[in-house]
Design a protein around this ligand. Structure first.
Ligand code: TRP
Length: 365
């Protein structure tokens, strides 16, 4: 099957808020690089609105508001609609049919063991205070497997928090293929090599950037917003005077520099040092103030965000074009996912109206 040998990427995001620099460095930047590498036959980016609804059932307006927002974020980062197909999950009915068939291949015990689901249940307090666990949320790893397999993706570049989702998906692929025949493609997760990029903490030093904590730097942050966020960033609380020795570990400024800085930027923005290791060494010894490090970080981030701001301004001036890109991408994805669904139904022999043997077998009895 030719389709099963092609290099196909699928990634996606839940449209629950504007994307931030954690998304960018953990995944978006690499998507653009993979797109520009020309090594992939097809690239799909899924706006996972239905998945977002699994724990936002009371707020579809929030999801709706972020459809164009997230698309603008993609386009501003350099996702090129000529080479990457952006599509909306809820507009792809084949995904729900696949989910229904895959549900029969997964046990409740297996879902309960999924570490991401476990952690999220805890974080959202579903099982406490009598809120209860929505079935749709509980089963979203199965629908995510439908997302991935429907596009026949062999490569899924996502954050490491998605590892359990990929494992679950691969189990479904193996189970399906061994039960019904080789139809589905075994996907590989592709993680970021730079570990600092894998999970960027919030500007307050908390584990994750989150809208409700107000500790995000959004991709759409203006120069002023960025300045304010960087200057108020969590550093080493024991580093009080410039002369004090400071800690680099757990210090956001350095964590962000690890993720964003390349040493060439020192010549222009902080010529006292030639590389990040030198800067860290001085900070550890004492004699290097937070403000100087923050100014450098601000410049480093502006260097990255400025081209993104400029592309955004161009797309924002033409929202109907953004809408058309979404629509065209979704139509293309409908075809792709519909084809996989047909193959799945063929393999399961439940494609009754494409199957004349159903008549002849019956007549021969
Ligand atoms: N679960 C992913 C997240 O929370 C979003 C997502 C949905 C996804 N479907 C996907 C990612 C398929 C990769 C492939 O970020």
């Amino acid at each position: 099957m030719a389709d099963n040998k092609r290099n196909i990427i699928l990634t996606g995001d839940r449209p629950t808020g504007p994307l931030h620099i954690g998304h960018y460095v953990g995944s978006l930047k690499r998507r653009v690089a993979l797109q520009d590498s020309g090594k992939f036959d097809e690239i799909y980016i899924l706006i996972a609105d239905a998945q977002a609804l699994t724990d936002n059932a009371d707020d579809p307006q929030k999801i709706r508001d972020n459809i164009i927002q997230v698309t603008l974020d993609y386009l501003s980062c350099g996702i090129d609609p000529e080479r990457s197909t952006i599509c909306i999950q809820s507009e792809l009915p084949a995904l729900y049919e696949l989910t229904a068939y895959y549900m029969n291949l997964v046990t409740t015990a297996r879902l309960e063991r999924n570490p991401t689901v476990k952690a999220e249940i805890k974080m959202r307090g579903f099982n406490e205070g009598g809120v209860g666990l929505p079935v749709g949320f509980y089963t979203y790893p199965i629908s995510q497997a439908a997302d991935i397999t429907a596009f026949k993706a062999n490569c899924v570049p996502v954050g490491e928090d998605q590892m359990p989702m990929l494992e679950q998906c691969r189990e479904i692929v193996h189970k399906f293929n061994s039960t019904y025949g080789e139809v589905l493609v075994d996907p590989q997760i592709m993680l970021n090599e730079n570990t600092a990029c894998r999970r960027l903490p919030g500007t307050d030093g908390k584990a994750k950037m989150s809208k409700s904590l107000g500790n995000c730097i959004y991709l759409h942050a203006s120069r002023e917003e960025l300045h304010q966020k960087v200057m108020s960033m969590f550093t080493d609380p024991d580093h009080i005077n410039v002369s004090d020795p400071g800690k680099v570990e757990g210090n956001c400024v350095f964590t962000y520099l690890d993720a964003f800085c390349n040493d060439d930027l020192f010549a222009e923005y902080c010529p006292d040092f030639s590389c990040l290791d030198e800067m860290k060494e001085q900070y550890r010894k004492g004699g290097l103030g937070d403000v100087k490090c923050k100014r450098f970080l601000e410049n480093v981030l502006n260097e990255e965000l400025e081209p993104i701001r400029q592309r955004r301004a161009r797309w924002e001036a033409d929202i109907p074009a953004v809408y058309d890109i979404l629509k065209a991408g979704t139509m293309k994805a409908r075809e792709t996912t519909g084809r996989t669904l047909s193959e799945v139904k063929d393999a399961m022999k439940i494609n009754y109206f494409e199957d004349d043997a159903l008549i002849s077998e019956w007549e021969a009895r």
